[in-house]
Structures are given as C-alpha cells and as structure tokens.
Design a protein around this ligand. Sequence first.
Ligand SMILES: [Mn+2]
Length: 329
Amino acid sequence: MMMNDLDAIVEALENNNSFLLAQHAQPDGDAVGSALALMWALETKGKKAVVYNEDPRPHYCRFLPGEDRFSTELGDLAQFDALITLDCGEFSRVGEAVDRLKDFPFVINIDHHTSNPMFGRLNLVDAGASSTCEILYRLFRRWGIEMDKWIAECIYTGIYFDTRGFQNANSTAESMKICGEMLELGIEPSKIARHLFVEKKPEQAVLMGIVVPTLKIEAGGKVAGLVATADMFKRAGAGPESLEGFVEIPNSIEGVEAAYLLREMTAKNGDALIKGSVRTSDNIDATIVAGRFGGGGHKRAAGFSTKGELEEIRRELVELLSTGLDSGN
Ligand SMILES: [Mn+2]
C-alpha cells in the first residue's frame, strides 16, 4: 500500500510556518527519531516546530540531539498552521490528545503501518518503507533539506530501531543505503547500536531474570511467549518501558514461528489492561492476530491493548497463533 502526496506535502511545508509534530504515545525509536529529524529539518528552513508527546521518551532515545525539546502540553492549537502525525498507524495512536486534535483543520499523516486508514488531509504512507524515518529521508531529499549530523543521527535511529539493527524483514537495500549515507555525515553506528539494543538498566536485567521463567513453548515448538505481571515489575523495581525488546527472547528460539509478550499494565484512566506484542514468520500475518484484540501494526510485528485476564488472553492468543499457522493464514 502506498499513498503518496509527497509533492503536495513539500509545498505545504514550504508555504506554512508553524507545525505541531505528534507521534504515537509511548514513543519508540522511530517515533522519537522521526519527530526530531523533522523538527531539525523544519528549523533549517526557518520554520517553527513544536514536538508533542503525552508520554516520556524511552531511556534508549535520550542521546538524540533535541531530546529535551519534547513538550507534554499542546498549548493553543490556533498557533499552528498544520499538525503532522508521525508513525501513527491510526489517529488515536497520538493518545488522549486525539479528542482535541481530531478536528484540527490541516493534518499531514506520515507513516509506514499497513493498517493506516489515511486519516490526513495529506498522506505520505508507505507500508513498504522500513520506518517513518525512511519516508522522511525521501521527503527531505525532495524538499532539498541539507542533512547534517544531527538529522542523520535521528534518521539512522528510526531505521536502525524499526529494522532491529537490520535483523527484521523490513531491512531493504534502500534502508541500508540511507543508513550508509548517514554514516558519511559523521554519525557513530556503534554508539547508536549500544544505546538502542545493547545497554540495559540494572532493573531491566533483574526483570529479565523474573520474566524469562514464564516462557512457554507450545504448538509443537512453533509458538513461544512470555508474560509479565504487575507484581513482576514491582519486584524488579522496573517501569513499563523496561520490557522493550523482550519479545525477541521467545522470537529467537529455533523453530518458533510466532512469538508473543503479554504484560499487565494500568491505562491512564486507571483501567487494568493487557498489552500484547506479537512477532511472526512469513506463515502468519501478525496484524490479523493483533486485530482480533483490537490492535494492529505490521505483518510480522504487531501489538494490542485489551481488557481481560492475563492467562485467559494467553490461551486465546496461543490458540489463534497455532490455528493461524496450521491454516497458513
Ligand atoms: Mn515505525
């Protein structure tokens, strides 16, 4: 799926002055990288950009230039000419602010999720792109942005994060070429790799020790997953972001074709929720499985938040994944 208002978006950026940049709540490396890359690019053109997210940035993004420029307040929306959503598979992913933002008169939607319903007045959505940062790179090229080391660090971070260091199927010649070009602008790939994927906080390592024993391998070795209860977070003294990347533990097991991670969490309104991450091989579409729980994402990596009891959802999810693998759906 490809929705391409590239030239119209370049024109809109050129002809307007003040932009609000929103990404999905609980931002990841691509959300933070794309917001900051676009902020710096707009500033090189003398434009004003405010970067908004209701949630704090994950600790692994704290090294990025401009990381302290995020705001958790929207302020007066009338000051903005356009709202640009980044890495949001649907409008509601911006979080609670969607109630105020959904009537904004001019929305530009830049994203790479398969399930994106094209909610912007202008849309630049390519599910074939590794990341939102890869799409921004194309936009900057078309717009004639002179990319510097700061922009390069942000772009590289988004691509490297969403491909998981080129381990995922969304790693393409194009995404690698762009990253090579970012290296030529002076970034240090080993530093970024360490921040994104290697370094753990001590409490994350403790949490790993508690969560790994919940591993279950089922469906004849094809489905594997972990669960994390609220009590486990408490025992480890770790926050909800601490599970980043943990789904790769079951996903790394030989023979496993579908992996999951479920965790208990509390929504902002106080509701108890189960948050799920799903990783799949070629043989099963993760967006269909996550969709059954009201979520979405990419074919091989998707997620959801739902109400319910942890073990019940685990059974239901394993059942769906096993059946899906059997039917080749
Ligand atoms: Mn992304």
